[in-house]
Design a protein around this ligand. Sequence first.
Ligand code: PXP
Length: 250
Amino acid sequence: MPDPLRPLRLGVNIDHVATLRNARGGGHPDPVAAALAAQAAGADGITAHLREDRRHIRDADVERLKANLRVPLNMEVAATVEMTRIASAVQPHACCLVPERRLEVTTEGGLNVRDGGRPLRETVTALRMAGIRVSMFIDPDPDQVAASAAIGAPVIELHTGRYCDTQGDDRAAELQRLQQAAAQAAGLGLEVHAGHGLSTGNVGPVAAIPEIVELNIGHALIGDAVFVGLDRAIGDMRAAMAAGRQGAAA
Ligand code: PXP
């Protein structure tokens, strides 16, 4: 049984700083400056999603992030030949493989690792051979957890979107799926992360899942930062995570 008081890392996703920059076509606000501010405010890592359509983060952003950050860089990418080539050149600490559909507003579901076949296996192998820690962004589904272990990924990130989008009994059922998937994954020797849709209001029960060691959070944090600044938004998120974690240990 993992120690419930194991530290929980916060990865700050800065995609939506780039969304705001791109709305006017200039350089402000700079997502790399935001990443450095998040690092100074205590972020344990920075996450950036280089989408195939480059709607927010761009190639030059990931290169600057890699060159300037002290904390680990986690690149979210689709499992494509192009992204494997870019990630291998940039050399982030980690790559989280995500499904991508051009018309989606955000990453709407987990990766189908079970049916990913040879192309997915080859992507995982290529990234690992490039020395990058590979994570699979999956729904809390036992088949997908087992498939992630079988494909050789050392890490999974559980998609918390459905948990965040539901209420009452439905949310309790989603939380249970997350708890079960995290326990299954840890039993298979996988490191467990989680993210998507998390906010100070809903993060507690997810932070309380003892097998989870990292949360990746973007939209709600950047939204909060509009009102209170990035420093305080990160502090508030950390406090909400710590309260959830402590609750698990109590
Ligand atoms: N983790 C992954 C794999 C994601 O794709 C995203 C969204 O880009 C997040 C975490 C963060 O989600 P949110 O922006 O809703 O906090």
